[in-house]
Design a protein around this ligand. Structure first.
Ligand code: NAP
Length: 443
């Protein structure tokens, strides 16, 4: 029988689906022990700090993660940071395979003048801010203006715009960060404009998310129907239309044509609008856009421009992977061939393929990487794994400690009819996790 030790770095969807693929591949002759290493004191990655609080259904995948975590041979080592508490070299030596599932958390830059002005924020900061990520609690967000612009035509842009545009009381019964809810309740923003640089036919939104927009209770959503008509006629000329694209355009047409409620709160989606400059004294005051056109399927930037006066800009234009000592990044991804990085190091999820795909996309991706790892495995190493690498007294949040945190947050939320109240301080999270079970207190 061969028993292999696997280290998975990153406790997000890609990490858990990798663990699951190893668990599913076990036979009487082949077994795996899995150590999942996570820098935060809490697991679940983007399911905790990325998914919008008003989309609780998407978060139910965490039940699958907990089932994986309770399977024999799986151990969680949270509050352990690669590059600080342990090195990649150490992991490489002690494990038969190391899988990096570290995601992409660096927001891409527009690279236009004025991007450095205050209140021009990347979704890579804004989203974890409203989702109570301990590292983003202090992001300086000023909602004291009437109009906000969100750059990008993807689902992250839509999440951000929706959160800014809806009545914050609709978030009362969600797990949004308390600090964000307080600020959103004081927000003066009544108009949010999403700007995509290409046509409606090129938008990266998905149809289910678009279809939710006309259902918003307290917000009217606008799209210029001419932009949809023009996009439809452009794609008809190009031959057969893919089902997803047809669904997307239908969902956008529904938004354009549905009856408006006359709400004070407005969300608008504009296409063919490429930001070229952000202007302001020290803070964002207006954004200059070039008007783009589509000619023979290509985007042409015209000399025509327009300006939107706005006090907040959020850029939601994609992410890059973070660097680790000894790992190369190319085009925002960890350099790899089909998930193989070098020696016994592999990569999966957004860090492997770039920031595309929904949570479930990570499942097939991780299955493929695990197949490749199993093909490449050699004689099992004899080592104690991560134990012995950490300094004495290092507070590891293991599965039992995480379960204490999880229960604590859920109990705290129950009183207020919320799924949970997320703790934002790493120290408090560690204290909650490492105190004795009988010491539970709700705050
Ligand atoms: P995305 O889907 O790739 O969208 C990024 C958008 O930014 C695109 O419209 C892109 O336009 C635009 N963009 C890129 N560079 C730009 C620039 N310099 N100037 C102006 N616009 C620019 O990325 P995302 O929204 O970050 O989402 C990442 C992944 O997570 C996606 O697969 C998404 O579906 C998924 N996600 C899913 C959900 C959900 O299911 N509810 C929620 C959030 C995220 P071009 O196309 O012209 O490059």
């Amino acid at each position: 029988m061969s028993a292999y030790k696997i280290a998975i770095v990153g406790a997000g969807p890609a990490g858990y689906f990798t663990a699951q693929a190893f668990q599913n591949a076990q036979t009487d002759e082949l077994t795996f022990t899995i150590d999942m290493i996570e820098r935060l004191p809490t697991p679940w990655g983007l399911v905790r700090s990325g998914v919008a609080p008003d989309h609780p259904k998407i978060k139910t995948v965490s039940k699958v993660f907990e089932k994986i975590a309770k399977t024999e041979g799986f151990k969680l080592f949270a509050n352990v940071e690669l590059g600080k508490d342990i090195s990649l070299k150490d992991l490489r030596e002690r494990y038969d395979a190391v899988v990096l599932a570290t995601g992409s958390s660096k927001g891409r830059k527009l690279g236009i003048p004025g991007e450095e002005l205050s209140n021009c924020i990347s979704a890579a900061e804004f989203v974890p801010w409203y989702n109570a990520h301990p590292d983003y609690v202090d992001v300086d967000v000023d909602l004291n203006c009437d109009t906000a612009v969100v750059i990008g035509a993807g689902n992250v842009a839509m999440d951000v715009a929706r959160l800014l545009a809806i009545d914050p009381s609709e978030l009362d019964q969600t797990d949004i960060a308390e600090h964000a809810l307080v600020k959103l309740k004081q927000s003066q923003i009544r108009k949010v404009i999403i700007c995509g640089r290409r046509g409606a036919e090129h938008a990266a939104f998905t149809a289910p998310e678009l279809r939710d927009l006309p259902k918003l209770d307290n917000t009217d959503v606008y799209i210029d129907v001419d932009q949809i008509n023009q996009a439809s006629s452009r794609i008809e000329q190009m031959g057969e239309i893919e089902k997803d694209l047809r669904n997307n355009l239908e969902a956008m047409r529904l938004i354009a044509e549905h009856n408006k409620k006359g709400s004070e709160r407005k969300l608008e989606i504009k296409f063919l609008s490429a930001p070229i400059q952000i202007k302001g004294g020290t803070k964002v005051e207006e954004i200059v856009f070039a008007i783009n056109e589509v000619k023979d399927g290509k985007i042409i930037t015209t000399s025509k421009t327009f300006v939107i006066k706005a006090g907040l800009v959020v850029t939601a234009i994609g992410y890059d992977a973070v660097e680790y000592a000894g790992i190369n990044i190319e085009n925002g991804r960890i350099t790899n061939i089909a998930g193989h990085v070098e020696h016994n190091i592999y990569v999966t999820g957004w860090a492997k393929r770039g920031p595309v795909g929904v949570i479930g996309t990570n499942k097939s991706d991780s299955n493929d990487v695990v197949d490749l790892i199993i093909e490449n495995l050699k004689i099992p190493k004899v080592s104690e794994g991560i134990l012995g690498l950490l300094k004495s007294g290092h507070e590891v949040i293991d599965q039992m400690a995480w379960e204490k945190i999880n229960v604590h947050e859920m109990i705290s939320g129950e009183i207020l009819n919320k799924p949970r109240i997320k703790e934002t301080s790493k120290i408090k999270l560690i204290n909650i996790g490492t105190q004795r079970r009988s010491d539970y207190k709700t705050s």
